[in-house]
Design a protein around this ligand. Structure first.
Ligand code: SAH
Length: 567
């Protein structure tokens, strides 16, 4: 049931007349956003077709507050209503705020939401659920930290109470204090709080506190063994609050087990010795599985630590608007930021709670190891590169460190590589489309590969008539290599071959120069420059009064000279 309750609500409006009411509702619901019909009114988000939009929100379990006629809303979501257990919260609210009508999602908390909205609008909600009306609470929708044992049994139980049966309450369920329940201390019906599985008694409504920590020290088939241990003690799977594993099991197997058990995964060095949690320790036949039965619901966030994450990401050429939203999100979410100082600065500013570890550019493997060590502590680490992290940058260094690692715990770190716009692509876009046909990317740095290999590759690429993008073209430590590279290229390309130089593209003071291979001199290039050498078909042109563009056509001359389309 916990999975059905979902995040912030969508307040959906069709015209400017509803905006004021929408904002009043929004002010009462943290995180809610106003979705407005394009062309009619602007708000936080826009959509173009109401039916499609409502169905998409419904399918994502987003609570829907539609400021329009109830009938319209019902017709829109009708095709998705076959499965009642998966119902999302849907409400219709009168545009002027005079009526709040919960339509769907009794088990997803729609009546709670209706009361909140109605309070904000100072009207009475149109609650129609009989149990809610009579008892002032939905017995079948316990708060976070608790789970209903069986929904069908729950419905029968509520029907019995509505038909006049009285009930007892066993256990500490503070939210029932506000309910107007027909209580009798000797009633046959009972609402019982218990981590033990419901035994099928029709007069018993069992609510499970999520109060069990399952700690598994080793082995395979983790979910199955936890289930067996719960069964052996008569405990309900829904009472499980968290799966606790050592870092060594935090890889695919541990993640799959937590998903199968539908609980958060947490990690600890010695999972069986949990300081701080008071409870009964239950052992079973399986010595590696320990159940800790607490007297209260357990907050998973306070047990051990989360699975650490390492995101290796590319910042693109430098401009904020050329940074991928996935990279932006990883940066915002990070606890620790690693990278060469210049790039770390480019990625900032960071909040005071984020730890920034700048380092010298040369210690790449060491930096990768440092990143894994931080992630092993449960931290969310980002490692920044410029451009794309997989192009002459940290992604390969990180994987190299991972493969060489003799620490099996590293396998449990959630590693992701987030792409960025590489310098060759950013430079090409400014110039036009010089990479419009076959091309290759080469690093002219001989720090990590022999110069002879570079010469040979240059020769083959030049001979193959590929457009070439030179990364790391020159530096103070490598002063002569670019001149030698150009000498090789000149052996295969004519002096009028088009060349593009992009320096600090996407950064303040960036420049783009177009020239020919004949004119190009190594002195025009530095380590912040991208060198694009055109192929025999790369062209430049300018219409009268227009910008000069460079492109490589998609076609290539056939051997007999006639053009052929290549896509
Ligand atoms: N991962 C980076 C490349 C790192 S190698 C990427 O995908 O872009 C560093 C080289 O990239 C520099 O020597 C330079 O040739 C090129 N470069 C990086 N950023 C650049 C920029 N903003 N403008 C031009 N060239 C750039």
């Amino acid at each position: 049931m916990a999975g059905m309750k979902s995040g912030a609500a969508a307040i959906v409006i069709l015209g400017a007349g509803a905006l004021d009411t929408a904002r009043r509702i929004q002010a009462a619901l943290p995180g809610a956003q106003v979705h407005a019909l394009t062309g009619r009114v602007a708000a936080d988000l826009s959509f173009t077709e109401l039916g499609t939009h409502l169905r998409a929100l419904y399918a994502q379990n987003t609570p829907i507050i539609a400021l329009c006629a109830a009938g319209i809303v019902i017709r829109c979501v009708a095709p998705l209503l076959a499965n009642k257990n998966g119902e999302s919260a849907v409400l219709a609210v009168a545009e002027d705020g005079s009526a709040v009508v919960p339509l769907l999602g009794g088990l997803a908390g729609v009546n709670v939401l209706a009361r909140q909205i109605a309070a904000a609008l100072a009207v009475a909600p149109a609650i129609t659920t009989s149990g809610e009306l009579r008892f002032g609470t939905c017995l079948l929708n316990p708060p976070a930290g608790y789970a209903l044992a069986d929904i069908e049994q729950g419905k029968h139980f509520v029907s019995d109470l509505l038909a006049g049966a009285a009930t007892r309450i066993e256990g500490d369920m503070p939210w029932l204090g506000e309910a107007k329940l027909p209580q009798q201390h000797d009633a046959a019906h009972v609402i019982r709080l218990s981590p033990y599985a419901w035994r099928g008694d029709a007069q018993e409504l069992v609510i499970h506190p999520r109060c069990i920590v399952a700690a598994v020290a080793g082995g395979t088939q983790i979910a199955e063994r936890v289930q067996q241990a719960l069964t052996a003690h008569g405990l309900a799977p829904a009472a499980l609050a968290v799966l606790l594993l050592p870092q060594i099991l935090a890889g695919e197997a541990g993640v799959a087990a937590a998903a199968a058990l539908d609980v958060p995964l947490r990690l600890a060095a010695t999972p069986d010795r949990l300081a701080g949690i008071v409870g009964e320790v239950l052992h079973g036949p399986d010595a590696e599985v320990t159940l800790l039965l607490a007297s209260q619901p357990v907050d998973a966030d306070l047990i051990g630590h989360a699975r650490g994450r390492l995101s290796v990401l590319g910042l693109g050429p430098g401009r904020a608007d050329l940074l991928a939203p996935a990279a932006r999100q990883a940066l915002d979410d990070a606890t620790d930021v690693l990278g060469y100082d210049t790039y770390v600065q480019m990625a900032g500013p960071f909040r005071p709670d984020q730890h920034v570890h700048g380092t010298d550019n040369r210690e790449e493997l060491q930096r990768a190891r440092h990143a894994f060590e931080l992630a092993l502590q449960g931290r969310r680490v980002v490692m920044v590169s410029s451009g794309d992290p997989g192009v002459f940058a940290m992604a390969a260094a990180t994987l190299e460190a991972l493969e060489a690692s003799d620490d099996p715990r590293w396998a449990g770190v959630e590693l992701q590589i987030i792409p960025g716009i590489s310098a060759a692509l950013a430079t090409a876009a400014e110039a036009g489309a010089p990479l419009g046909h076959d091309f290759c990317m080469l690093s002219l740095s001989d720090n990590l590969k022999p110069w002879a290999v570079i010469e040979q590759r240059l020769q083959h690429a030049a001979e193959a008539d590929l457009v070439m993008a030179f990364y790391n073209p020159i530096s103070r430590a490598r002063p002569w290599q670019l001149e030698r590279a150009l000498e090789i290229v000149r052996g295969y390309r004519t002096p009028d071959t088009v060349v593009v130089l992009g320096r600090d593209i996407g950064r303040p003071g960036g420049t783009l120069t177009t020239l020919t291979l004949g004119e190009l001199q190594a002195a025009q290039v530095d380590m912040r420059t991208m060198v694009l050498i055109g192929s025999s078909t790369t062209r430049r042109f300018a219409l009268a009064g227009g910008k000069a563009w460079v492109y490589t056509p998609r076609w290539y001359p056939q051997v007999d000279g006639s053009p052929v389309k290549t896509d």
